[in-house]
Design a protein around this ligand. Sequence first.
Ligand SMILES: [Zn+2]
Length: 85
Amino acid sequence: MEVIRGCAECKRLAQAYESETMNWFRLEGHLRIAEYGRDPDAVSRIASELDATTRQRNEVRAAIEKHKHDFHSGGSQTNPLAMRA
Ligand SMILES: [Zn+2]
């Protein structure tokens, strides 16, 4: 995920995105194990957690896009517009 150097909000959002991504991979691994072990209860529980994580991750991604649009319009890395207000 591309971030704007020196922007605390970009850094925070990038870290949130990374942690949701790690979560997603972890759950995905658990899901494979539950499927392999033919444990339908665990599969449905993990699948719904995976769903929630996917949504969270999409929300963080949308927040990154919105933040970049609002504060770094044009995607300039050298001239952030965060000070315009
Ligand atoms: Zn930023």
